[in-house]
Design a protein around this ligand. Structure first.
Ligand code: SAM
Length: 373
């Protein structure tokens, strides 16, 4: 099921990832915001999901596996992790049934994630099913290692958008962060997207002090030279080793200041529920910069997202203290109506916001790889 990547031995300088490791490690698209605002799809009223604060939930991130072929220092541990047994992970038919129920409840955007979604065979078949369900916006987040060879089949299946994680433009540093030797294949994946109908590629970088914060300007130049959308995500307390600290995080404001000093930026309007603040280059150069600041500028008040984990739990916030199980319902004969009612009840109780900036904040029980980013 898992596709191996070349092993690499790494020793790093900071607390994060310090352990040496030796192991294998559409053409036709509706604009979701306009659908949301109109409340109608093809003339029929939409069912909608709301929480008790009145936020409409339209975006679902589905983790299709908890396995990953990378071991990024800000996400996973160098130590072996307890992946769930295969039978604990939802089967494709179970995932299809849940997708249909969520779509009936008004979900308009589905992002397939993991773990690494491309290590599980069958992503294309799942995308095809989502397209048949009429999901207006189908996207994927991937580390890009297996992307170059899979992109044509993903696009043929109906994928609308793709995000690729890339945390360094320096192959040596890339190895230190991902603890794999896969820089070239990830670059080939980005090239493939740039030469496809999904261009421009959206690239996600998590900056961590002591690892890659010196690459802000290099990433800015990469956005301009390659015409890609370069998005910087603030490091969140979701790493398996629990090494997160405010000092290790590079605030979005710092990234903006540094890129703006070199190439003045102009803000682009964005939908309220969008996570990224978007900027273009003032001199008209290609490329775009996105800043995602969940820690320093939380956007919980406009959150429209929920998540489904690979083992069938709904999470209403990345930082939720509780999961809400759908797998037992699926496997114990619950009707679609029962499952819908459960989802509605869970969404109603969605947290007002994460509490990262509040005294006594406790990181959630699940780390990113077991949630699905
Ligand atoms: N394997 C895929 C990938 O690498 O993109 C999808 C899963 S990964 C968990 C999804 C996103 O979460 C990636 O963009 C990754 O950089 C981000 N991520 C993981 N841990 C994070 C953390 N502690 N803080 C901020 N972003 C994180």
């Amino acid at each position: 099921m898992e596709t191996p990547v070349p092993p690499v031995a790494v020793t790093t300088r900071t607390a994060l990832g310090k352990e040496p490791i030796h192991r294998k490690s559409a053409d036709f698209r509706l604009e979701p915001d306009s659908i949301r605002e109109s409340g109608f799809l093809f003339g029929a009223p939409l069912m909608t999901l709301h929480d008790k604060f009145g936020r409409q939930i339209t975006d679902l991130r589905i983790s299709v596996t908890d396995r990953c072929n990378f071991r990024c220092v800000y996400c996973r541990s160098a130590d072996p992790e307890n992946y769930r047994e295969h039978e604990q992970i939802l089967s494709w038919p179970e995932l299809e049934r849940l997708a249909r129920i969520f779509v009936d409840l008004g979900i308009q955007k589905i992002r397939i994630t993991g773990g690494e979604p491309l290590v599980r065979e069958g992503a294309e078949g799942y995308i095809r099913k989502l397209r048949e369900l009429g999901v207006p916006d189908i996207s994927m987040t991937t580390n890009g290692h297996l992307l170059a060879q899979r992109l044509p089949s993903l696009i043929a299946a109906g994928l609308h958008r793709i995000n690729i994680s890339l945390d360094s433009l320096d192959p040596i540093k890339f190895e230190k962060i991902t603890r794999t030797r896969t820089y070239d294949s990830v670059m080939r994946g980005i090239d493939a997207v740039q030469n496809s109908a999904l261009a421009p590629a959206k690239i996600n970088a998590v900056l961590v002090r002591g690892f890659n914060e010196d690459e802000v300007e290099a990433f800015g130049a990469f956005a301009r030279d390659r015409g890609v959308i370069m998005r910087f995500i603030e490091f969140m307390p979701l790493d398996a080793d629990r090494h997160w600290s405010r000092e290790l995080m590079v605030p979005a404001e710092e990234v903006h200041r540094r890129i703006h000093a070199q190439w003045p930026l102009v803000q682009i309007p964005h939908a309220k529920s969008e996570t990224a603040r978007k900027y273009k280059f003032a001199n008209g150069a290609p490329g775009e910069i996105g800043l995602i600041a969940p820690v320093t500028q939380p956007f919980c008040g406009h959150c429209s997202r929920i998540r489904l984990t690979a083992d069938g739990k709904v999470r209403t916030c990345l930082f939720s203290k509780d999961d809400h199980d759908l797998r037992a319902l699926l496997r114990n004969g619950a009707s679609d109506h029962d499952i819908e009612e459960r989802i509605r009840a869970v969404v109603d109780e969605k947290e007002a916001g994460h509490r990262i900036n509040e005294p006594g904040f406790q990181p959630p029980s699940r780390t990113m790889v077991f949630i699905g980013g």
